[in-house]
Design a protein around this ligand. Sequence first.
Ligand code: TRP
Length: 336
Amino acid sequence: MKNIILTGDRPTGQLHLGHYVGSLKNRVKMQADLENELFIMIADMQALTDNAKNPEKVSSNVLQVALDYLAVGLDPKRSTLFIQSQIPELAELTMYYLNLVSVGRVRRNPTVKSEIEQKKFGESVPTGFFIYPVSQAADITAFKANLVPVGEDQKPMLEQTQEIVQSFNHTYGDVLVEPKGVFPEKGQGRLPGIDGNGKMSKSLGNGIYLADSADVLAKKVMSMYTDPNHIHVEDPGQVEGNMVFTYLDVFGTDKEKIAELKEHYRRGGLGDVKIKRYLIDVLEAEFGPIRARREEYAKDPEAIMEMLKGGSEKAQAVAAKTLSEVKQAMGINYFN
Ligand code: TRP
């Protein structure tokens, strides 16, 4: 069956290894299946909902995210890469969807709720931020996506979208497609940061970025959280909660060697520097070529913007068609 897949990222920073294992790798895999049509969106409009006073942070990261996409192998010939703000149809759809969603319903969204708490917004939460799940429903439905691969935290957005689709179709007639969320398999979704404190994230400053040089990557691995009680090489060490082994489990291909290293580490006599050197090799094997491609693409930013322009035009044509069907169903297509 042909799938229409839509997903995206807020351009608030460069993408890191957490993004890579949690979503980018899977997108590249889906792209390889010719039955799949992919729309990959740089969600700058959504990023602006809590960065209104700092638009430069958002706009400057659009190119960075696009470079990350290309570097990991998303191919503009196969997937439509586009910028959300360049598709005004999405804002228009949002306005109509907002009428189908109560304030009480928006307030109950657990992800938005915890973000409001985290950011200490209280009553001064920007309205645009408060209702971004509705705008996300517009992103998804504009392309009639049936699959939306996202992280676990995006489950409430999918539920909200499904409700809007049901309400719209029930009220105005069958126009919209109800999407399904595709969530990472157990244990795949969340890569912890190098400090072992929760997931890798920009705000925690515990990330390894796709754009990091070989030097920076090596330094970050050397500073990784291991076993604080493993003081002398001879000491028995703990593998559980040791970020070097956590990362080896995620990125390593030689499972036998990793099992041996774990054994040795537990027994004692295997130093942190040794296992860190091995992890550096493992990461370089996967991310060295990605970094090299990124550097190549970064030489010609104009070509990247040109590619995004083409993708945005293509995306806009699709969204315009859906919007026209939406307006027709609502009976507000006065002039045609
Ligand atoms: N909320 C998503 C995130 O923070 C980004 C996003 C915006 C998105 N619109 C979307 C994801 C539509 C999937 C579908 O990562």
